[in-house]
Structure formats: structure tokens, C-alpha cells
Design a protein around this ligand. Structure first.
Ligand SMILES: Nc1ncnc2c1ncn2[C@@H]1O[C@H](COP(=O)(O)OP(=O)(O)OP(=O)(O)O)[C@@H](O)[C@H]1O
Length: 249
């Protein structure tokens, strides 16, 4: 087992209970989508897994290590194993595509080597190879600010896999893209993680996309896990239940 979420609750300082007693295990190689209405706790859950957010109760085990109990140095080692893909891409816009992909290696470098941008020939070759996988090698020396949203997310995927993660967390990776580009990104993502045997958890707004691409779906409703099963068992009745009481905030 790669990841185990045990009775996790999260209460923010303002009193919002974003997660309520959530538990599930993730096996190596799974492709899981997390669905639920806006505010149901999807981002909080993903951010808890790599300790961008501290949980209030419960435990999170990554490769059998309780991440709540780790020291700062050990957390950095765990973070190296966990890649992230964001809705807003989180690229350094003024830098080139290849420089952004090489940033995926920063967790493996000394601070000085990172600041000076010192990368081995092998790392550079690998960065190009990953750009090939997302069909972006021809843009390697273009500034990221000059790319479309779909192209930026393809760079985001290449950067994340450059990190050689065991687990990839994707927080609404296609929420800013048109439907056709969104499917194109999901095609690349699914193909690459299968090929490299990377476990993947994706937060998604679109149920149809979750159904098309994932092996397993977990649904949250107001911080509670209300569904966790193989994709084919997500019936329309379940979907209605998952999205009931949607608050228009
Ligand atoms: N930093 C924060 N401080 C206080 N409350 C927060 C914070 N971040 C999120 N929340 C609240 O926690 C709840 C869950 O938010 P979260 O962003 O995890 O949900 P989500 O399912 O990812 O929503 P969305 O799909 O809109 O991104 C919401 O009620 C939200 O307002």
C-alpha cells in the first residue's frame, strides 16, 4: 500500500470543518478521481497529503511513514516522492519551458545548485524526453508566458514527472481549460502515469471526465466521504446523492 488516510478531520482556524473522519487506502498504480461540489473538501484533502495543510485529527501514512510525525528534513524527502499538478499551472512564467521542467529536479539538489540552475546533461536529456511525451519539445526554449493554457499544463505534467514521483496529486488540473483541451490533457496524464506506473489522485469537477479516466472514484460531500468504489459502480443515483444540498456560495 502506498498511502493510507485514517480518520482524517480538518478544521480551519475560522471553524470550517473541511474534512470529517475521512479514511481510505491507495494501492500502487491506482488512478483515482476525487469528486464533490465546490467546498466539499477536495483541495483540503489533496493538500493534507503532502502537508501543505496540517490535519486536525487522524493520520496520513505515506509508504508506512506517518507524515504528521516527520521532521522538516524528512518531510522534504517525502515531498520529493509526491508530485503536484495545479489548476493555475504554477509555472515560472518568465522562464523557458525546459527551465520549468528542470525545476522538477529541485528537490534533489543543493540550494546553491538549484539557485545557479546547475543540471547534469542526463537531467537535460531526460527533461527533453519528458517534453516529447507531452508533445512540447518544439517549445523547449519558449517562455512559458507565451503558451496557451493547455500547453502550460502539458509543461506542468512534464515538470511533475521529472521529479520521478511515486504519487502524483492533481488539483483541478483541467478546470481552466475548454472541454476539448481538457480531454487532451487527461489523455496525456493517463497515458504517462500508466506508462511510468505512477499512482495518481485527481480532483475533478467534471463527473463525466472522472468516469472516463479513473479506475476508482471517491466522492466527498461537505467534508464526508460518501462514495468510494470502482468507477463502474458510480450510478446516476449515487451522483445525485453526492451533489445533493449543493450550496450556492
Ligand atoms: N485556508 C482556509 N481557511 C478557512 N477555510 C478554508 C480554507 N481553505 C478552504 N476552506 C474552506 O474549507 C471548505 C473546503 O474547501 P476546499 O477548498 O477543500 O473544497 P473543494 O472541494 O476543493 O472546493 P473547490 O472545488 O471549490 O475548490 C470550504 O468550506 C472552504 O471555504
Amino acid at each position: 500500500m502506498l498511502l493510507s488516510i485514517k480518520n482524517v478531520s480538518k478544521k480551519y482556524n475560522n471553524g470550517t470543518e473541511a474534512l470529517k473522519n475521512v479514511s481510505f487506502d491507495v494501492e500502487k498504480g491506482e488512478f483515482i478521481s476525487i469528486i464533490g461540489s465546490s467546498g466539499s473538501g477536495k483541495s483540503t484533502l489533496l493538500r493534507s497529503i503532502n502537508k501543505m495543510t496540517d490535519i486536525s485529527e487522524g493520520s496520513i501514512l505515506f509508504e508506512n511513514q506517518n507524515i504528521e510525525k516527520l521532521k522538516k528534513k524528512e518531510i522534504n524527502l517525502v515531498r520529493r516522492e509526491i508530485g503536484m499538478i495545479f489548476q493555475n499551472y504554477n509555472l515560472v512564467e518568465r522562464l523557458t519551458v525546459i527551465e520549468n521542467v528542470l525545476h522538477g529536479r529541485l528537490g534533489y539538489k543543493s540550494v546553491i545548485a538549484g539557485i545557479l540552475g546547475i543540471y547534469s546533461e542526463e537531467e537535460k536529456k531526460e527533461a527533453f524526453a519528458f517534453l516529447e511525451k507531452v508533445n512540447m519539445a518544439k517549445y523547449a526554449y519558449q517562455k512559458c508566458s507565451e503558451l496557451s493554457g493547455g500547453q502550460k499544463q502539458r509543461v506542468g505534467i512534464a515538470r511533475a514527472i521529472m521529479q520521478k514521483p511515486k504519487l502524483l496529486l492533481c488539483d483541478e488540473p483541467i478546470a481552466s481549460l475548454d472541454p476539448k483541451t481538457a480531454e487532451n490533457i487527461m489523455d496525456y496524464l493517463r497515458k504517462i502515469v500508466s506508462e511510468l506506473k505512477i499512482t495518481c489522485i485527481v480532483n475533478l469537477h467534471q463527473v463525466d471526465i472522472a468516469k472516463k479516466y479513473s479506475d476508482r472514484i471517491i466522492a466527498l460531500n461537505k467534508g464526508e466521504k460518501v462514495f468510494d468504489d470502482k468507477t463502474e459502480n458510480l450510478t446516476n443515483d449515487v451522483i445525485e446523492f453526492v451533489y445533493k444540498n449543493e450550496e450556492n456560495e
